[in-house]
Every structure is written in C-alpha cells, then in structure tokens.
Design a protein. Sequence first.
Length: 145
Amino acid sequence: MLVNLEMEGSFISQLWEGRERKVLNKLRFINLKGSTLRSFDLEITPNLETLDLGGCYDFVDLHMPVNCPKLKFLYLSGSRVSNLNLGLTPNLDTLDLKDCSAFVELHMPVECLKLKFLNLSGTKVRNHNLALTPHLEGLYGYRLV
C-alpha cells in the first residue's frame, strides 16, 4: 500500500504511460519537487493531503476534480501553471504559487474556510475575492489595486 511518494529532483515527466490510468486511493503525500513532471490529475489520488511540485519548471497543467476533500497543502511554486480552479477544497490550508510567472487567474467557486497561507508573489494575479478566505493569516505578493 503506497501512502507516500517522494521523487524529489527526478527526471519523471509523466506518472503513467500512454492512456494507462491507475487510481491510488491510499496515497496521501506526493513530493515531486524539482522534477520534470508536466501535468498531474488529482482525480487519481482522491485522498491526497499534500502535493509538492515546487520547482517543477516544466509543469503546466493541474487537473483538479470538483471535490478534493482531503487536500491541505498545494505547492506549485516556480511552475508554468497559468490558472487554477480550486473547486471544493474545504481543508486547503496552504497554497503556494510563488514565482509562477505565467499565473493569472485563481478561481475559488466557494469559500476556502481553512485557507491560512496564500503566496502569490511573482504571479500576475490582479484580482481575488479575499472574502472567500476569511481565516487567511498570511497573504504574500498580492497587490490591492
């Protein structure tokens, strides 16, 4: 039973070959920091709590299903992701988009009541409804216009 996947600094560019798709129900923590991964589908990891893709400079696409109930920490710093739809992430505590220079749009369709830390330093985000994050303790790199 795989619960934790750590492949920091790997040359992995995709998790499955071709159209193969395996759901990893037990996986809770993924650290692929600094890898060459280009995309990831959170639908294959329904119980994931931490996803660390910091420093994945080739990373461009994170598919998030409508509901990610267990996701607490999402680190995408330095990636080329341009937008993100958080959907239903009721337990999200930390979202790090630092130095995602292509990032322009953050969608939060509902309140993120547990979001405490949001790092938008080095992004192009210009407007965000802060009322959707009422318990925010740390907001970095966001310019009020």
